[in-house]
Design a protein around this ligand. Structure first.
Ligand SMILES: *[C@@H]1O[C@H](CO)[C@@H](O)[C@H](O)[C@H]1NC(C)=O
Ligand SMILES: *[C@@H]1O[C@H](CO)[C@@H](O)[C@H](O)[C@H]1NC(C)=O
Ligand SMILES: *[C@@H]1O[C@H](CO)[C@@H](O)[C@H](O)[C@H]1NC(C)=O
Ligand SMILES: *[C@@H]1O[C@H](CO)[C@@H](O)[C@H](O)[C@H]1NC(C)=O
Ligand SMILES: *[C@@H]1O[C@H](CO)[C@@H](O)[C@H](O)[C@H]1NC(C)=O
Ligand SMILES: *[C@@H]1O[C@H](CO)[C@@H](O)[C@H](O)[C@H]1NC(C)=O
Length: 170
């Protein structure tokens, strides 16, 4: 497996428009020589504050930052890729950016943009079917297995729906 990982801060796959995001390449041996890459756009179009030192900080996200990101060395070696979704709406799902290890717990939060959380029932979906209804806005699977893989999203009755994120289990 690759020696380098793409570290995302905040560590989740979905983000709100105008929030900031830090992407960095962390190598067990040596942190130099890696750059953050994305699928379609080049470095200039994704507005890194700094593309040096294996870090890309984006000060204000827009939906155009949605895409697949990874780290790549000069010789072409790549890290595992990560999906990032930027949503111009009031609700996102706080879901892990990296695969979840089988047997570990999985906790998903429904997050609201710049508003007080009202205690309504939040619906958590997997592959478009309701999996859990939670007044807390948090759902948990105590021990994940391969069968938990799928597309997840949440829905608040007044605030709307989050985008879907693929959660993979290893
Ligand atoms: C990167 O994107 C910019 C803006 O779209 C474009 O002008 C430039 O030619 C691109 N550079 C490369 C190396 O593709
Ligand atoms: C990028 O952001 C991280 C975390 O917010 C910060 O620690 C780091 O100094 C920033 N780096 C650059 C080059 O702006
Ligand atoms: C990214 O999302 C797509 C579906 O939109 C999924 O097929 C793919 O496996 C995901 N990649 C990663 C690295 O999670
Ligand atoms: C949250 O609710 C409190 C009390 O109702 C209010 O004072 C505050 O302005 C609200 N915050 C936001 C971000 O709406
Ligand atoms: C969740 O709530 C909806 C609507 O109130 C209901 O139709 C559904 O059966 C509930 N699902 C679960 C898993 O509790
Ligand atoms: C959810 O959808 C994905 C992709 O279509 C599929 O691989 C997975 O088996 C589905 N899970 C369930 C429980 O239907």
């Amino acid at each position: 497996s690759p020696a380098v990982s793409l570290i995302i801060n905040p560590s989740r796959s979905q983000h709100f428009t105008a929030d900031s995001l830090s992407l960095s390449c962390k190598d067990q041996r040596d942190s130099t020589g890696w750059t953050v890459r994305r699928d379609t756009l080049n470095q200039t179009t994704f507005n890194c504050l700094s593309v040096s030192a294996s870090t890309c900080n984006i000060s204000s996200l827009s939906p155009s930052h949605t895409g697949v990101y990874w780290c790549q060395s000069k010789s072409g070696e790549c890290s595992k890729s990560v999906n990032i979704t930027v949503h111009n709406g009031d609700v996102i799902l706080d879901s892990p950016a990296h695969p979840v290890t089988e047997g570990n717990p999985l906790t998903l939060h429904c997050l609201y943009h710049n508003i007080n959380i009202s205690h309504s029932v939040v619906h958590f979906y997997k592959n478009d079917s309701v999996l859990q209804n939670q007044t807390t806005g948090v759902m948990t699977i105590s021990s994940v297995s391969k069968s938990d893989e799928g597309f997840y999203h949440c829905k608040h009755p007044e605030r709307g729906e989050s985008p879907k994120s693929w959660i993979s289990v290893r």
